[in-house]
Design a protein around this ligand. Sequence first.
Ligand SMILES: [Zn+2]
Length: 311
Amino acid sequence: MRFCTFVVAVLLALPLCAAEATRELAITIDDLPIGGPTPDLETIQRINARMLEVLAAHKAPAIGFVNEGRVDVEGETAARTAILESWLDAGLPLGNHTYSHLSFHDTPLKQFTDDILRGEAITRRLMEALGQQPRYFRHPFTRTGPTAEAKAALETFLAEHGYRVAPFTVENADYAFNVVYLRARAAGDAALAERTRSAYLDFTDAMFDYFERLAADVFERAIRQVLLIHVNALNADCLDEMLSRLERRGYRFVSLDRALEDPAYASPETYVGRMGLSWLHRWAVSRGLPLRVRDEPDPPEFIWRLYQSAQ
Ligand SMILES: [Zn+2]
């Protein structure tokens, strides 16, 4: 009897384990060498080193998207270039996120493509020295164009220059939490800093809950997910716990190349508008389903209030 109970328990657990083990996530990290409010060089170096250390510890093959305008800084260009080299030394590829982080929604095509080419000078040199080249482009604010024509023209330009658009499916408003976290620390408010950190990790869980459900609604299955976060102090301090939670959730970390081999990423994506939406929303509306962006969880009220007051 006891044996039967054991067998039933194993049989019940097996499909769950199998399902859990198949979850895959690519991590994409924007705004190298630093996102949001800019600290001093030493802090930027420490933040990047810590994030690389955590990614290595979790065997997470992330990709970093560079704004060379934040590398090309008088007196610090060599040190900031060395930060990019540290990503490549860790075996992580780099992608193009434009030179100056312009919004394509508000920028003429020629000006925008000039900013893309200006934004690859250092990255391309570093990668070519290793026999690689930048292959992914991430739109600033993930705004993909004001019209269908502009969007298509940019995609043609990108293809001609060897780039593929890097989509994302999950984000977690880390930029807003980061601003509150930095202000709390600057004010010596350890309680608020800890409350922010804890709320950020819980909000990340809530966003995975939401986007996993949305993927199931759109594709009737789990898909390989792509997370978008930024290089910042908050992630330097939270990434280890975040990745541990994701592992407990059943994810293993894969390259962006592998994530995009999921057929979901070949789905039509016809969204045009100002919002930097998750590709899950884009695929939904492209299939004639309603846009459900209003259903997305919101960060806690105190985060939005303190973030807005800091702007
Ligand atoms: Zn960005």
